[in-house]
Design a protein around this ligand. Structure first.
Ligand code: BJW
Length: 283
Protein backbone atom coordinates (compact mmCIF):
# COMPACT_ATOMS: atom_id res chain seq x y z
CA UNK A 1 0.00 0.00 0.00
CA UNK A 2 1.25 3.50 -0.82
CA UNK A 3 1.78 5.56 2.32
CA UNK A 4 -0.21 8.84 2.12
CA UNK A 5 2.59 10.74 3.87
CA UNK A 6 4.96 9.73 1.06
CA UNK A 7 2.49 10.92 -1.56
CA UNK A 8 2.40 14.29 0.20
CA UNK A 9 6.20 14.40 0.30
CA UNK A 10 6.35 13.92 -3.48
CA UNK A 11 4.08 16.94 -4.06
CA UNK A 12 5.62 20.33 -4.54
CA UNK A 13 4.43 22.33 -1.57
CA UNK A 14 4.47 26.13 -1.74
CA UNK A 15 6.85 27.09 1.10
CA UNK A 16 4.72 25.75 3.96
CA UNK A 17 4.72 27.65 7.25
CA UNK A 18 7.63 26.59 9.42
CA UNK A 19 6.70 28.19 12.74
CA UNK A 20 3.82 30.13 14.27
CA UNK A 21 3.96 33.76 13.00
CA UNK A 22 4.05 36.24 15.90
CA UNK A 23 2.80 39.46 14.32
CA UNK A 24 0.51 40.45 11.48
CA UNK A 25 3.52 41.72 9.50
CA UNK A 26 5.29 38.41 10.00
CA UNK A 27 2.17 36.47 9.00
CA UNK A 28 1.88 38.61 5.86
CA UNK A 29 5.55 38.05 4.97
CA UNK A 30 5.25 34.27 5.37
CA UNK A 31 2.01 34.17 3.36
CA UNK A 32 3.57 36.37 0.65
CA UNK A 33 6.53 33.98 0.33
CA UNK A 34 4.17 31.01 0.00
CA UNK A 35 2.13 32.85 -2.63
CA UNK A 36 5.19 33.92 -4.62
CA UNK A 37 6.44 30.35 -4.92
CA UNK A 38 3.03 28.84 -5.78
CA UNK A 39 2.39 27.42 -9.25
CA UNK A 40 -1.33 26.77 -8.97
CA UNK A 41 -3.43 28.93 -6.65
CA UNK A 42 -7.03 28.05 -5.88
CA UNK A 43 -9.02 30.92 -4.36
CA UNK A 44 -12.34 30.43 -2.57
CA UNK A 45 -14.29 33.57 -1.77
CA UNK A 46 -17.33 34.18 0.39
CA UNK A 47 -19.60 37.05 1.29
CA UNK A 48 -16.90 38.82 3.35
CA UNK A 49 -15.03 39.84 0.19
CA UNK A 50 -18.00 41.96 -0.89
CA UNK A 51 -18.64 43.43 2.57
CA UNK A 52 -16.44 46.45 1.89
CA UNK A 53 -18.47 47.10 -1.28
CA UNK A 54 -21.47 47.57 1.01
CA UNK A 55 -23.07 44.18 0.24
CA UNK A 56 -24.18 42.59 3.55
CA UNK A 57 -22.70 39.18 4.30
CA UNK A 58 -25.05 36.22 4.32
CA UNK A 59 -24.98 35.84 8.08
CA UNK A 60 -25.19 39.57 8.90
CA UNK A 61 -28.41 40.45 10.69
CA UNK A 62 -30.98 41.70 8.19
CA UNK A 63 -32.25 45.26 8.32
CA UNK A 64 -35.32 47.27 7.25
CA UNK A 65 -38.36 45.32 6.13
CA UNK A 66 -36.41 42.05 6.32
CA UNK A 67 -35.36 42.49 9.97
CA UNK A 68 -37.83 39.83 11.13
CA UNK A 69 -36.36 37.18 8.85
CA UNK A 70 -33.01 35.47 8.73
CA UNK A 71 -31.31 34.88 5.38
CA UNK A 72 -31.11 31.19 6.30
CA UNK A 73 -34.92 31.10 6.46
CA UNK A 74 -35.43 32.83 3.13
CA UNK A 75 -32.84 30.94 1.08
CA UNK A 76 -34.67 27.61 1.02
CA UNK A 77 -36.95 25.81 -1.45
CA UNK A 78 -39.53 25.58 1.34
CA UNK A 79 -39.57 29.36 1.87
CA UNK A 80 -40.17 29.85 -1.86
CA UNK A 81 -42.91 27.20 -1.89
CA UNK A 82 -44.64 28.86 1.10
CA UNK A 83 -44.03 32.55 0.28
CA UNK A 84 -42.78 32.90 -3.31
CA UNK A 85 -43.49 36.63 -3.62
CA UNK A 86 -41.79 37.46 -0.31
CA UNK A 87 -38.71 35.48 -1.34
CA UNK A 88 -38.69 37.01 -4.86
CA UNK A 89 -38.99 40.51 -3.36
CA UNK A 90 -36.02 39.84 -1.04
CA UNK A 91 -33.87 38.73 -3.98
CA UNK A 92 -35.00 41.73 -6.09
CA UNK A 93 -33.98 44.07 -3.24
CA UNK A 94 -30.59 42.35 -3.02
CA UNK A 95 -30.14 42.66 -6.81
CA UNK A 96 -30.78 46.38 -6.54
CA UNK A 97 -28.17 46.69 -3.75
CA UNK A 98 -25.60 44.73 -5.79
CA UNK A 99 -26.23 46.84 -8.91
CA UNK A 100 -25.49 49.95 -6.83
CA UNK A 101 -22.30 48.42 -5.39
CA UNK A 102 -18.82 48.51 -6.91
CA UNK A 103 -16.00 45.95 -6.71
CA UNK A 104 -13.50 46.83 -3.98
CA UNK A 105 -9.69 46.52 -3.72
CA UNK A 106 -10.00 42.85 -2.65
CA UNK A 107 -11.75 41.95 -5.93
CA UNK A 108 -9.13 43.96 -7.83
CA UNK A 109 -6.26 42.19 -6.01
CA UNK A 110 -7.55 38.82 -7.24
CA UNK A 111 -7.50 40.07 -10.84
CA UNK A 112 -3.88 41.05 -10.32
CA UNK A 113 -3.10 37.72 -8.67
CA UNK A 114 -4.47 35.80 -11.67
CA UNK A 115 -2.09 37.74 -13.91
CA UNK A 116 0.90 36.92 -11.71
CA UNK A 117 0.66 33.17 -11.08
CA UNK A 118 0.99 30.38 -13.64
CA UNK A 119 -2.44 28.96 -12.86
CA UNK A 120 -5.20 30.51 -10.79
CA UNK A 121 -8.68 29.09 -10.24
CA UNK A 122 -11.17 31.51 -8.69
CA UNK A 123 -14.07 29.76 -6.99
CA UNK A 124 -16.81 31.81 -5.36
CA UNK A 125 -19.77 31.05 -3.15
CA UNK A 126 -21.04 34.55 -3.84
CA UNK A 127 -24.08 35.18 -5.98
CA UNK A 128 -23.17 38.83 -6.66
CA UNK A 129 -21.30 39.65 -9.86
CA UNK A 130 -18.53 41.75 -8.33
CA UNK A 131 -15.67 39.42 -9.29
CA UNK A 132 -16.78 39.48 -12.93
CA UNK A 133 -17.23 43.27 -12.86
CA UNK A 134 -13.75 43.66 -11.36
CA UNK A 135 -12.37 41.79 -14.39
CA UNK A 136 -11.93 38.22 -13.15
CA UNK A 137 -12.40 35.63 -15.87
CA UNK A 138 -13.73 32.05 -15.70
CA UNK A 139 -15.17 32.51 -12.21
CA UNK A 140 -16.40 29.18 -10.85
CA UNK A 141 -19.73 30.17 -9.25
CA UNK A 142 -20.82 27.40 -6.88
CA UNK A 143 -24.08 28.94 -5.65
CA UNK A 144 -25.47 30.40 -8.87
CA UNK A 145 -26.23 34.02 -9.67
CA UNK A 146 -28.39 36.63 -8.00
CA UNK A 147 -28.62 38.44 -11.32
CA UNK A 148 -30.35 35.52 -13.10
CA UNK A 149 -33.69 33.71 -12.77
CA UNK A 150 -35.08 30.42 -14.01
CA UNK A 151 -38.38 28.60 -14.21
CA UNK A 152 -39.28 26.92 -10.90
CA UNK A 153 -40.73 24.03 -12.93
CA UNK A 154 -37.42 23.69 -14.76
CA UNK A 155 -38.73 24.29 -18.29
CA UNK A 156 -36.37 27.10 -19.35
CA UNK A 157 -32.74 27.86 -18.70
CA UNK A 158 -31.33 30.91 -16.99
CA UNK A 159 -32.78 34.28 -17.90
CA UNK A 160 -32.29 37.90 -16.84
CA UNK A 161 -35.06 38.94 -14.45
CA UNK A 162 -37.17 41.95 -15.38
CA UNK A 163 -37.06 44.07 -12.24
CA UNK A 164 -39.72 46.60 -13.20
CA UNK A 165 -42.06 44.84 -10.73
CA UNK A 166 -40.12 43.54 -7.74
CA UNK A 167 -42.81 42.57 -5.24
CA UNK A 168 -44.23 39.58 -7.14
CA UNK A 169 -42.46 36.61 -8.65
CA UNK A 170 -43.11 36.74 -12.41
CA UNK A 171 -44.48 33.83 -14.40
CA UNK A 172 -42.40 31.79 -16.80
CA UNK A 173 -43.15 32.92 -20.36
CA UNK A 174 -43.03 29.31 -21.57
CA UNK A 175 -45.15 27.39 -19.03
CA UNK A 176 -46.68 29.91 -16.62
CA UNK A 177 -45.01 28.51 -13.47
CA UNK A 178 -43.26 31.02 -11.23
CA UNK A 179 -39.74 32.16 -11.97
CA UNK A 180 -37.27 31.70 -9.13
CA UNK A 181 -33.79 33.14 -8.48
CA UNK A 182 -31.08 31.11 -10.23
CA UNK A 183 -29.23 30.39 -6.98
CA UNK A 184 -28.52 27.24 -4.99
CA UNK A 185 -30.66 27.02 -1.88
CA UNK A 186 -30.06 24.82 1.18
CA UNK A 187 -30.73 21.19 0.36
CA UNK A 188 -30.21 21.73 -3.38
CA UNK A 189 -27.33 20.25 -5.33
CA UNK A 190 -24.54 22.52 -6.57
CA UNK A 191 -24.00 22.70 -10.36
CA UNK A 192 -22.02 19.46 -10.82
CA UNK A 193 -19.55 20.76 -13.39
CA UNK A 194 -18.73 23.85 -11.33
CA UNK A 195 -18.19 21.80 -8.21
CA UNK A 196 -16.02 19.29 -10.05
CA UNK A 197 -13.84 22.14 -11.39
CA UNK A 198 -13.51 23.52 -7.85
CA UNK A 199 -12.75 20.09 -6.37
CA UNK A 200 -10.09 19.33 -9.00
CA UNK A 201 -8.46 22.72 -8.44
CA UNK A 202 -8.41 22.13 -4.66
CA UNK A 203 -6.72 18.76 -5.20
CA UNK A 204 -4.20 20.09 -7.74
CA UNK A 205 -3.26 23.46 -6.20
CA UNK A 206 -0.19 24.04 -4.08
CA UNK A 207 -1.70 27.11 -2.43
CA UNK A 208 -5.33 27.57 -1.38
CA UNK A 209 -6.53 31.07 -0.50
CA UNK A 210 -9.77 31.27 1.48
CA UNK A 211 -11.19 34.80 1.62
CA UNK A 212 -14.13 36.18 3.62
CA UNK A 213 -16.05 32.98 4.21
CA UNK A 214 -17.36 31.54 7.46
CA UNK A 215 -16.52 28.13 5.93
CA UNK A 216 -19.61 26.48 7.36
CA UNK A 217 -21.65 25.64 4.28
CA UNK A 218 -21.06 22.27 2.66
CA UNK A 219 -19.76 21.20 0.26
CA UNK A 220 -17.73 24.41 -0.41
CA UNK A 221 -16.38 24.33 3.17
CA UNK A 222 -14.62 21.04 2.42
CA UNK A 223 -12.42 22.57 -0.29
CA UNK A 224 -9.66 24.14 1.86
CA UNK A 225 -9.24 20.89 3.82
CA UNK A 226 -9.25 18.84 0.68
CA UNK A 227 -6.43 21.07 -0.58
CA UNK A 228 -4.55 20.79 2.74
CA UNK A 229 -4.89 17.01 2.72
CA UNK A 230 -3.21 17.01 -0.71
CA UNK A 231 -0.27 19.03 0.57
CA UNK A 232 -1.33 22.63 -0.16
CA UNK A 233 -0.70 25.56 2.14
CA UNK A 234 -3.98 27.28 3.10
CA UNK A 235 -4.03 31.05 3.63
CA UNK A 236 -7.18 32.25 5.40
CA UNK A 237 -8.05 35.95 5.02
CA UNK A 238 -10.91 36.97 7.29
CA UNK A 239 -11.85 39.92 9.49
CA UNK A 240 -11.97 37.46 12.38
CA UNK A 241 -10.38 34.06 12.86
CA UNK A 242 -13.10 33.06 15.31
CA UNK A 243 -14.66 29.83 14.10
CA UNK A 244 -12.03 29.30 11.41
CA UNK A 245 -10.28 25.94 11.37
CA UNK A 246 -6.63 26.03 12.40
CA UNK A 247 -3.89 23.56 11.56
CA UNK A 248 -0.23 23.17 10.68
CA UNK A 249 -0.85 23.99 7.00
CA UNK A 250 -3.01 27.08 7.73
CA UNK A 251 -1.69 30.65 7.63
CA UNK A 252 -4.26 33.02 9.16
CA UNK A 253 -4.28 36.61 7.88
CA UNK A 254 -6.69 38.50 10.08
CA UNK A 255 -8.12 41.78 8.77
CA UNK A 256 -10.50 43.17 6.17
CA UNK A 257 -10.06 41.54 2.76
CA UNK A 258 -9.95 44.95 1.05
CA UNK A 259 -6.81 45.75 3.04
CA UNK A 260 -5.16 42.33 3.47
CA UNK A 261 -5.48 41.00 -0.10
CA UNK A 262 -3.90 43.99 -1.88
CA UNK A 263 -1.09 43.93 0.72
CA UNK A 264 -0.58 40.20 0.25
CA UNK A 265 -0.46 40.40 -3.55
CA UNK A 266 1.79 43.45 -3.44
CA UNK A 267 4.15 41.81 -0.94
CA UNK A 268 4.27 38.58 -2.97
CA UNK A 269 4.80 40.03 -6.42
CA UNK A 270 6.49 43.41 -6.01
CA UNK A 271 8.94 43.55 -8.91
CA UNK A 272 7.68 40.35 -10.57
CA UNK A 273 6.47 40.71 -14.15
CA UNK A 274 2.99 39.58 -15.18
CA UNK A 275 2.62 36.20 -16.89
CA UNK A 276 1.66 37.99 -20.13
CA UNK A 277 4.85 40.04 -20.08
CA UNK A 278 6.92 36.95 -19.27
CA UNK A 279 5.38 35.14 -22.24
CA UNK A 280 6.07 38.14 -24.50
CA UNK A 281 9.59 38.41 -23.08
CA UNK A 282 8.70 42.08 -22.54
CA UNK A 283 10.51 44.61 -20.33
C1 BJW B 1 -14.90 39.47 6.20
C2 BJW B 1 -15.19 40.79 6.04
C3 BJW B 1 -14.20 41.54 5.44
C4 BJW B 1 -16.87 39.97 6.94
N1 BJW B 1 -13.07 40.97 5.05
N2 BJW B 1 -13.76 38.92 5.83
C5 BJW B 1 -28.33 20.17 8.21
C6 BJW B 1 -29.59 20.50 7.76
C7 BJW B 1 -29.82 20.88 6.42
C8 BJW B 1 -28.76 20.93 5.53
C9 BJW B 1 -27.51 20.60 5.99
C10 BJW B 1 -27.30 20.21 7.31
N3 BJW B 1 -25.97 19.94 7.48
C11 BJW B 1 -25.34 20.16 6.31
C12 BJW B 1 -26.27 20.55 5.38
C13 BJW B 1 -25.99 20.87 3.97
C14 BJW B 1 -26.03 22.36 3.72
C15 BJW B 1 -25.13 23.06 4.73
O1 BJW B 1 -23.93 23.06 4.60
N4 BJW B 1 -25.68 23.70 5.75
C16 BJW B 1 -24.88 24.34 6.78
C17 BJW B 1 -25.49 25.67 7.15
C18 BJW B 1 -24.76 23.41 7.95
N5 BJW B 1 -25.58 22.55 2.36
C19 BJW B 1 -26.42 22.48 1.35
O2 BJW B 1 -27.62 22.31 1.53
C20 BJW B 1 -25.83 22.54 -0.03
N6 BJW B 1 -26.31 21.50 -0.82
C21 BJW B 1 -26.09 20.24 -0.54
O3 BJW B 1 -25.42 19.86 0.41
O4 BJW B 1 -26.68 19.39 -1.42
C22 BJW B 1 -26.66 17.99 -1.21
C23 BJW B 1 -27.43 17.39 -2.35
C24 BJW B 1 -26.80 16.54 -3.22
C25 BJW B 1 -27.52 15.97 -4.27
C26 BJW B 1 -28.86 16.29 -4.45
C27 BJW B 1 -29.48 17.17 -3.59
C28 BJW B 1 -28.76 17.73 -2.53
C29 BJW B 1 -26.26 23.81 -0.73
C30 BJW B 1 -25.68 25.02 -0.08
C31 BJW B 1 -26.19 26.26 -0.80
C32 BJW B 1 -25.81 27.50 -0.04
N7 BJW B 1 -26.56 28.58 -0.55
C33 BJW B 1 -26.40 29.89 0.05
C34 BJW B 1 -27.51 30.83 -0.46
C35 BJW B 1 -27.26 31.27 -1.89
C36 BJW B 1 -28.30 32.21 -2.35
C37 BJW B 1 -28.36 33.49 -1.57
O5 BJW B 1 -27.33 34.17 -1.37
O6 BJW B 1 -29.46 33.85 -1.15
O7 BJW B 1 -25.10 30.42 -0.26
S1 BJW B 1 -26.36 29.83 1.85
C38 BJW B 1 -25.16 31.07 2.05
O8 BJW B 1 -23.98 30.53 2.69
C39 BJW B 1 -24.77 31.51 0.64
C40 BJW B 1 -23.29 31.66 0.78
O9 BJW B 1 -22.66 31.53 -0.47
C41 BJW B 1 -22.91 30.54 1.75
C42 BJW B 1 -21.62 30.75 2.44
O10 BJW B 1 -21.65 31.89 3.24
P1 BJW B 1 -20.34 32.80 3.35
O11 BJW B 1 -19.98 33.30 2.02
O12 BJW B 1 -19.31 32.06 4.10
O13 BJW B 1 -20.90 34.07 4.16
P2 BJW B 1 -21.10 34.27 5.71
O14 BJW B 1 -22.03 35.41 5.88
O15 BJW B 1 -21.42 33.01 6.41
O16 BJW B 1 -19.65 34.66 6.25
C43 BJW B 1 -19.02 35.87 5.92
C44 BJW B 1 -17.59 35.77 6.40
O17 BJW B 1 -16.92 36.93 5.97
C45 BJW B 1 -17.45 35.69 7.91
O18 BJW B 1 -16.49 34.71 8.23
C46 BJW B 1 -16.94 37.08 8.30
O19 BJW B 1 -16.10 37.05 9.44
C47 BJW B 1 -16.18 37.46 7.06
N8 BJW B 1 -16.06 38.88 6.81
N9 BJW B 1 -16.49 41.03 6.54
C48 BJW B 1 -12.92 39.63 5.28
N10 BJW B 1 -14.40 42.88 5.23
Amino acid sequence: MVRPDLILEQRRVASPPTSEPQTRAEALAIAARALRSAEHVCVLTGAGISAESGVPTFRDAQTGMWANFSAQQLATPQAFADHPHRVWHWYAARREAVRAAQPNPAHAALVLLAARVSHCTLVTQNVDDLHQRAGSRDVVALHGSLMRARCSAGCIGSTEPDDTVTTRAPNCTACGALLRPDVVWFGEALPPQQFETARSAAVACDLFLSVGTSNVVAPAASLPWLAASHGATVIVVNSTMEGQRQGPSVLPLEGPAGVMLPRLVEAAFAGKRTRQREQQGGQ
